[in-house]
Design a protein around this ligand. Structure first.
Ligand SMILES: NC(=O)c1ccc[n+]([C@@H]2O[C@H](COP(=O)([O-])OP(=O)(O)OC[C@H]3O[C@@H](n4cnc5c(N)ncnc54)[C@H](O)[C@@H]3O)[C@@H](O)[C@H]2O)c1
Length: 488
């Protein structure tokens, strides 16, 4: 394998490793280590904030709020637009930083940089379109003005699996709406967010508008911020159990919340599907991000007459994949985030086999120092296997069969989660019927990737509350104010 010519050390050195508070880089109370999951070696150490430093970040966001809300929308838009341009120009550096701290292949990291930057471009355009209303009451004819105002300082908590895009999806609309924020990235992947803060600084974001707190003690540091009445909105992307805990904390001050939580996506393949397209779709929906996506196809449900052929075609494609470090120029399956993730994936595979599933490929950790797991295919996975009710978060395709359309829909909906579903069929009427019947916030109809800055991303049921992206994305950061006009 050829290592890329990119300078890994240079990329890591280019990122400030301190807290970003009030436009300044400050040391933490201590430091914590960031690991490269493909080597299990320490990449660098990063500032570890304590609870007081978390509060200092909120102080800064609170102080900056008034002036930022009063900054003309065109100026806010131009800062976002400049940040988009810088991110685009620095794609290679940002992609390498992301691959080193998270593990995904460089090609996917480049894709994430483009996707992440697009939220800045989209919301730079939305920033100048915020408007209110003027209405005549249908009873009595009095007049009402409806003004739009930023909700105020926000608290953002992001996961490790999409280190850059999960940040811009929150920061973009918040800045566009006139909100300041404190963002806390996952402790496994703080570097992408720190790099983003430095880019926003270069793009002209005023001090205090975006503050970054890196910490290894998230509960302690963020608990104080969430229960502080100055925080007016919490936007969290992460697991459902942590989301539920944060919702309880947020209820104390009745703050607004957006929750982008876990998924358990069904991937339905009907007998009339274009099988090549459906296999391509699984390769995207299952293998992207090494299976570590909230949108990952967790349960692949195939109509019985085509199940054997579909499994064989998928097995061939999975068997052709190479496992390796994401920084190589080849298309590879990178590592999982840590050793615990490898153990979890392996125990789900063992459990499925013990309950009657057939192991067609893989099924074990990959040799080497990093946290690799082999691309794996299971068929005949019974509903009682844990893998059908748990987010796998690994390169494991779990197939089971169904007979009728109604049975396929019922199996697909048999989960407390509802982020996304995938439907493969060449019958458009069936495709729309099934898409409408799925209890999810999103559907990929003959499409294996659903993510677009211009469209509302989010789930129903225990997959979350609120939407990110699209017109809906900025609404999350705006309050309406009813101003009744006494004109008599
Ligand atoms: N719906 C979506 O858009 C979306 C997108 C990406 C990931 N996810 C979900 O995220 C999960 C994977 O990410 P993860 O393992 O980083 O999730 P996680 O819930 O463990 O952590 C997410 C973030 O919350 C922080 N955190 C953990 N405990 C906390 C606490 N008590 N108080 C405050 N912060 C706390 C973590 O440090 C991290 O920054 C999966 O469930 C995945 O489906 C959802």
């Amino acid at each position: 394998m050829t290592e890329t010519k990119h300078n890994e050390v240079g990329a890591i050195n280019s990122v400030p490793k301190e807290l970003h508070i009030d436009g300044q880089w400050r040391p933490g109370a201590s430091t914590f280590a960031v690991e490269d999951p493909s080597t299990a070696k320490v990449l660098c150490r990063v500032a570890d904030a304590d609870a007081d430093q978390g509060v200092e970040a909120l102080d800064a966001a609170d102080r900056a709020q008034g002036e930022w809300a009063a900054t003309p929308p065109r100026e806010r838009a131009e800062i976002l637009r400049r940040a988009f341009s810088i991110m685009t120009e620095e794609t290679e550096r940002l992609a390498l930083i992301m691959t080193l701290e998270m593990g995904k292949p460089l090609t996917e990291s480049r894709g994430e940089v483009a996707y992440a930057a697009e939220f800045f471009r989209w919301f730079s355009e939305e920033a100048v379109r915020i408007d209110g209303g003027y209405m005549t009451s249908p009873v009595g004819g009095s007049r009402v003005l409806v003004a739009r105002q930023p909700v105020g300082p926000c608290v953002f908590i992001t996961p490790w699996n999409f280190p850059l895009a999960m940040g811009t999806r929150k920061i973009g609309p918040a800045m566009a709406a006139g909100c300041t924020s404190v963002i806390k990235p996952a402790s496994q992947t703080p570097l992408s967010t720190l790099a983003l803060a430095e880019i926003l600084e270069r793009a002209g974001a005023p001090a205090g508008v975006v503050n970054v707190v890196t910490t290894s003690t998230s509960g302690e540091v963020m608990g104080g911020l969430i229960s502080d009445p100055r925080s007016r909105k919490l936007s969290f992307t992460g697991s459902t159990p942590v989301g539920k805990k944060l919702l309880e904390q947020a209820s104390r001050t009745v703050m607004r919340t957006s929750m982008e939580l876990g998924g358990n996506a069904p991937f339905l393949v009907f007998e009339d599907a274009d099988l090549d397209a459906a296999v391509d779709g699984v390769m995207q929906a299952k293998m992207r991000n090494i299976g570590q996506a909230c949108t990952a196809a967790n349960r692949i449900l195939v109509q019985r007459p085509i199940a054997t052929e579909f499994a064989e075609r998928l097995r061939e494609r999975l068997a052709a994949l190479t496992v390796g470090r994401g920084v190589t120029d080849e298309a590879v399956v990178g590592p999982l985030i840590d050793a615990e993730a490898v153990d979890k994936v392996d125990s789900l595979v063992r459990d499925a086999i013990s309950r009657g599933a057939t192991l067609e490929l893989g099924g074990r950790a990959h040799d080497g120092d990093g946290h690799f797991y082999e691309p794996t295919l299971l068929t005949g996975v019974p509903t009682e296997a844990e893998i059908t009710s748990t987010e796998i978060f690994g390169p494991v395709a779990a197939l089971s069969e169904f007979d009728t359309e109604a049975e396929g829909i019922a199996s697909a909906n048999d989960t407390p989660f509802g982020l996304v579903g995938y439907v493969y069929t060449t019958d458009l009427a069936r495709g729309i019927r099934v898409s409408e019947a799925l209890e999810t916030g999103m559907v990929g109809l003959n499409q294996g990737v659903v993510s677009n800055a211009a469209a509302p991303f989010g789930g129903v049921k225990e997959s979350g509350l609120g939407r990110e992206g699209g017109f809906a994305g900025i609404e999350e950061y705006l309050e309406t104010k009813y101003i009744g006009l006494g004109l008599a």
